[in-house]
Design a protein around this ligand. Structure first.
Ligand SMILES: [Zn+2]
Ligand SMILES: [Zn+2]
Length: 261
């Protein structure tokens, strides 16, 4: 399974892209920076979008992707792109963005029988088969509703889990400990430095210190991949991660890199 990091930053600044991963060229995991990263032909290969939560930095390019693809739907028989996530997450995107006020409703355009976007709600913990992979969403502690994801290819046992944005959380770790395989790769966030723990907790994010406490809930020690650092604090966060992740193998994600799981 190949993961391309289109964006992994918690801040939108020149040289820093918002959260978005492309899996095996056809699946998006969050959509914070898609249309600025991929050519139109690459965008046209996307069949599925898994959304962690409805915050703009994770979903804004669903809007622009839909706008880019409508011509292909009209002229070239391009089928709908399935947008998947927890039901309240999809409902928020629909009612607050795809409402014909902020943006056109691409779930009924260009025709109700042939839309650009199709909503596919996921039940927490339920495995679905998508493009040869098994995928499950499970709630985490962030926003009004949010989930992380597990992507798993059983034949090769290649897999990774992604928490998405989260503050300290509980049931997610039980779900991780109960997976049908031993977790080897975990993408998790570290948004703020330790000195901003109060703000991290209020906004339901992690600091390096909080991140380490979360990892201690796991029965295994996966390799840890860090995302969603707020750019102004990234040097401070990186220094604190060195201490917080003692005993762990970890990697700071970079925009544009490919990772083979
Ligand atoms: Zn968020
Ligand atoms: Zn975010």
């Amino acid at each position: 399974m190949r993961l391309r990091v289109l964006g992994c930053s918690g801040s939108d600044l020149p040289g820093y892209n918002l959260t978005s991963f492309l899996i095996n060229e056809t699946i998006l995991l969050d959509a914070g920076s898609v249309t600025s990263s991929l050519s139109l032909s690459q965008q046209s290969m996307i069949k599925e979008i898994f959304v962690t939560h409805a915050h703009l930095d994770h979903i804004k390019d669903i809007l622009f992707l839909a706008d880019n693809l409508i011509e292909l739907v009209v002229r070239d028989g391009h089928g709908p792109v399935r947008v998947r996530g927890l039901k309240p997450v999809l409902e928020s995107i629909q009612s607050h963005l795809l409402n014909d006020t902020i943006w056109p409703d691409f779930t009924i355009l260009p025709a109700t029988t042939n839309p650009v976007l199709e909503r596919n709600p996921l039940a927490p913990g339920e495995w679905v088969n998508v493009q040869g992979l098994r995928v499950a969403a499970f709630p985490v502690n962030h926003a009004q509703a949010a989930s992380g994801y597990v992507f798993w290819q059983p034949e090769t046992n290649s897999h990774f889990a992604f928490t998405g944005d989260t503050g300290p959380t509980h049931d997610w770790w039980d779900f991780m400990n109960g997976l049908p395989f031993s977790l080897e790769h975990l993408i998790i966030e570290a948004s703020f430095p330790n000195g901003m723990e109060h703000l991290a907790l209020l906004s339901k994010h992690l600091t390096p210190r909080l991140l380490r406490k979360e990892l201690d809930n796991l029965k295994v020690r996966p390799k840890v991949f860090i995302s969603h650092m707020k750019s102004p604090f990234s040097m401070e966060i990186q220094e604190q991660l060195q201490q917080a992740l003692t005993g762990y193998s970890y990697h700071l994600l970079r925009d544009g890199e490919d990772i083979d799981f």
